[in-house]
Write a new protein. Structure first.
Ligand code: PCA
Length: 216
């Protein structure tokens, strides 16, 4: 029987940050076997012009049984399991190629929204049972992570075999928040209590949550 891999993607750093926890988690999972499934990790550029082709090519080349995209949601305190990708590209900051999409579509011929096909409720329950904060989310935003989710779901619809696709946003790593706190103090332009993006989760815990998600 053919052993189809599980594809885990992790976005590269963006928004002026030196690292992205999503990329670090992807690297930790790449090459491992989890619940009898081979994990293939791929870094993704924060470049909207590379989508949707990058998603279609990865599904065609790897023929994965499952795709879980990973991205950072600054300020998020939990493992954030995305349920829906929307057909909107509307950026608050430019992507890494300098593109600033405003009021655009991800795919001009696609539906308004596509639902994640992962067993999201079971994933949420299993992560919570392991003592790790997690919740279902009804918006992956309108930036690259949403484009990634929507593009993989769209590519999966056109693939010859069924592919479960979803997306998980992760919090900052504690080291990133420590750096942010230093930067906020040094800038001396807002008081600490005016910021609400200082939540974090350690890398091992996020990796454990992903192991659980992959196993559902
Ligand atoms: N987070 C951004 C894009 C890349 C990432 O890691 C997002 O939530 O869209």
């Amino acid at each position: 029987m053919e052993n189809r891999p599980v594809l885990i993607t992790g976005f590269e750093p963006y928004g002026g940050r030196g690292s992205n926890p999503a990329y670090e988690v992807m690297k930790q999972l790449d090459g491992r076997t989890i619940a009898g499934q081979t994990i293939v990790g791929r870094g993704l550029p924060v470049a909207s012009g590379r989508f949707p082709a990058i998603a279609a090519d990865l599904i065609a080349d790897l023929n994965p049984s499952k795709v879980i995209g990973l991205g950072l949601w600054p300020g998020e305190s939990m493992i954030r399991i995305e349920r829906v990708g929307v057909n909107i590209a509307d950026f608050g900051i430019p992507d890494n190629d300098g593109t600033l999409a405003i009021d655009e579509h991800v795919d001009s011929s696609g539906p308004a929204a596509l639902m994640s096909t992962l067993p999201n409720r079971a994933i949420e329950r299993a992560i919570l049972e392991a003592g790790i904060p997690a919740s279902l989310s009804a918006t992956a935003g309108t930036y690259l992570c949403n484009i990634c989710l929507y593009s993989f779901l769209r590519a999966a619809q056109q693939h010859r075999e069924p592919v479960e696709c979803g997306f998980i946003h992760v919090p900052y790593l504690p080291e990133q928040v420590a750096d942010l706190l230093v930067a906020v103090r040094d800038e001396a332009s807002v008081e600490l209590h005016q910021r609400c993006d200082f939540a974090s989760m350690d890398l091992d815990r996020i990796v454990r949550a992903l192991e659980i998600a992959i196993s559902q």
